[in-house]
Design a protein around this ligand. Sequence first.
Ligand SMILES: [Zn+2]
Length: 494
Amino acid sequence: MKKIILQSLLTIAASAGLAASQPANAADDDVERLVAAMLGDTPVVTDLQELTDSIGARVTGSDTNRDAVAWAAATLQQTGVAVITEDFQMPAVWQESFVAVVISGDATFDAKAVAKPFSVSANALAGPLLDAGFGTEADFERLGPSAHAAWLLVETPVLDDDVGLGGLFAEYAVAPGFEARAAAVGAAGVAVMSSRPRNLLFRHNAAAGRSNTQPLLVLEREHAKRALRLIRSGNTLDLTATIGVEQQENITATNVIAEIKGRSRPDEIVLFGAHLDSHDLGTGALDNGVNVVMLINIARQMTRLGLQPERTIRFALWNGEEQNLDGSWKYTQQHEDELDNHIVAASFDIGSGRTTGFFTGGRPGLAPLVDSYLAPVAGLGPFQQIDIPLVGTDNYDFMMQGVPNLVANQSDANYASNYHAESDTFDKVDLHQLRLNSAIAAAVIWGFANDTARLPRQTRAEVETLINSTDLEVQMKNFAVWDAWTDESRGRHD
Ligand SMILES: [Zn+2]
């Protein structure tokens, strides 16, 4: 099936090439050449290997993150686009240095675990290990005062490729509840069962983000299940945890920004971004190296073909995404006086599954535009735009600034099961689909960059209306960004 689609596109591309001496429409010719280039042989795979295998994990604040910034700037520079790096300050970055967990009592065993980012440190912190069910209100009622000073073992449904993205959203949805309940009863800490089978560990940020005040662990699923079976058959267990945390304060991080100046309307900016940073367990291949190299390669092919858009195309490789979406947030502050002229800000952050369309962020006017820009790659569809606002990646601060924003919607493939896990490595990336996604992304970027249509930037009141008419408030609370909107440290002021 995929082969047939690719073949027909290559045929279109080839015929476009043949007609190049007398193009009926220069703009159509350009997009067809661009799409064909994205489907052909490019350095995108080498780029991905360099970023993930050679550089590796890229936690903001780490040396490898700085290596990744230097690599991305140099690689973009080589494509011929204009590149700048933009520093911004982060109040703190978190990194685990050491975790050891021992379960003892009626049975004794070491349990492999990692700390959740923004967990506090702990030094041989011991307490009874209690079965906290799924951490619901009813579970906490059942535990009563016994939860105080105890380690609470929270069960999770399995998250594998069959469950996919829905399971990931569910994890984000339930964590704020049980973490807050544990803090309220004064638990020693929370040990969440890893949702990934076969000893796979991953990191989700503490639901309260930088405001978290308690120790939070993810325990290997098999060890957690063993402990639960023992507890449920009447055994008494304790958990002792040592959590070493390296917190650096007031660090400088760097976004990498590249652009191709627009020919006739250079002030109008079409911004496409992906985050360069990662968590540290895997090497950030699906999240989000694959989309970083995709954007670099689109820039490369545009300059190689000598394409000149009417509007300015800006490529943004964000930093600090995994820790509070800081890079794109700081960009919206540093470029505040340009935001009225941001035609769109798009993010790619769902791995290498098939691009099925775009989330249009509660701006119904975007869908028909995206539909029309996808016409040259219709053979790679079907596509469907979904008009809901999303929190969780770098479109967020643009949305709160009233800027039309998109998030590429992608089929889950293997994204959720490897998300923030040790297994998020180069070999998980679907390299064939990466090319097809690149063609889709390039067509949409090119469409925006050569159109005259534009949606107005929304006022704060209009963004508030969007919040009140959708589930945005819940999503913002789940990602610990609600308070910053209400105190106006984040988002549009007027
Ligand atoms: Zn990501």
